[in-house]
Design a protein around this ligand. Structure first.
Ligand SMILES: [Zn+2]
Length: 297
């Protein structure tokens, strides 16, 4: 008896991750590879395919048959990852990622924006199972997000809906890579904290952790007020690394800013999937394409 799994690939701005994930969201194999600095597009694609092959090679030891592949990629992207142009990875511009991986591995490949994939994963087996309205965020190198409204994962005109990173939380604030100022990504992402302190986010002091939490809470509150959403799930190494003080500050800001009109108290909480959230999200994209994703709707 074999178990069907999918190959899950997460293409970030600083590392690649690969895993085998079964139809219930269990991660059977996980591995990652840090992007080589200064590498060409071809080198990086070879690095990704090599990592994917090493994950695939472990399928027999798990008694697993690989049914397909899902990719989650840092944006902006075009639909189904026909092209990928990550802001924080300047060497990649309009890379035909899905087609390249499909050809290299000989598997059926589906793809989506990383933060939308993660939202799908939280909906499938994470902190938002059975919900019809919620948002998910990733607070790591950058800040992204995804939205489920009325039981639908929002796509938007270009397939990049939910990118909360450029919600302005600090008028006249820091300059953002998007050309604006005071975006939450420019104030509270790992990159921003490193720019402010000159040190990794893990070394941020209590005041800066609380400030980051407040500013993320402010962006979340804006979205909650706009879309009538009362639940936010947060993943990403920076937020999860900061932990309770970050979430307490974010919750305090949301309590002050969200006009819930007597409905249930709006809640922000950490992802239950933790560090596996990106791979589970990529797997959700693959299972969705195979018609086997059960989001209990
Ligand atoms: Zn911005």
């Amino acid at each position: 008896v074999t178990t069907d799994v999918v190959l899950a690939l997460d293409v970030g701005a600083s590392k690649f991750a690969a895993g085998l994930v079964d139809a219930r969201g269990n991660v059977l194999d996980r591995r990652q590879s840090v992007l080589a600095r200064g590498a060409s597009v071809d080198d990086l694609l070879a690095q990704l395919v090599g990592l994917a092959r090493r994950a695939l090679d472990t399928a027999p030891e798990h008694g697993a048959t690989v049914a397909g592949c899902g990719i989650a990629a840092s944006g902006p992207v075009t639909r189904n990852l026909e092209t990928v142009s990550p802001v924080n990875l300047p060497v990649w511009r309009e890379v035909p990622l899905r087609a390249h991986v499909e050809q290299a591995l000989g598997l059926q490949v589906a793809g989506d924006l990383d933060s939308k994939a993660l939202t799908l994963g939280e909906w499938w087996v994470g902190s938002a199972v059975g919900e019809r309205n919620f948002m998910a965020l990733v607070v790591s190198t950058g800040i992204g997000g995804g939205l489920v409204v009325d039981g639908q994962l929002l796509e938007g005109a270009s397939g990049n809906a939910g990118h909360v990173g450029h919600v302005v939380v600090q008028p006249d604030g820091r300059e953002c890579g998007c050309g604006g100022t005071g975006c939450v990504e420019a104030e509270a992402s790992g990159t921003a904290i490193e720019a402010i302190t000159g040190r990794p986010p893990a070394e941020a002091n209590a005041a800066l952790v609380a400030r980051s939490g407040r500013l993320v809470g402010r962006a979340v509150a804006t979205v909650m007020n706009l879309l009538d959403i009362a639940h936010a799930v947060v993943a990403g190494s920076v937020a999860l690394g900061f932990g309770e003080p970050f979430f307490a500050a974010a919750q305090g800001e949301i309590d002050a800013d969200v006009h819930s009109g007597g409905r249930s108290r709006p809640l922000i909480e950490p992802s239950r999937l933790g560090a596996d959230a990106p791979l589970v999200g990529a797997a959700a994209v693959a299972w969705r394409a195979l018609g086997r994703l059960d989001t209990q709707m």
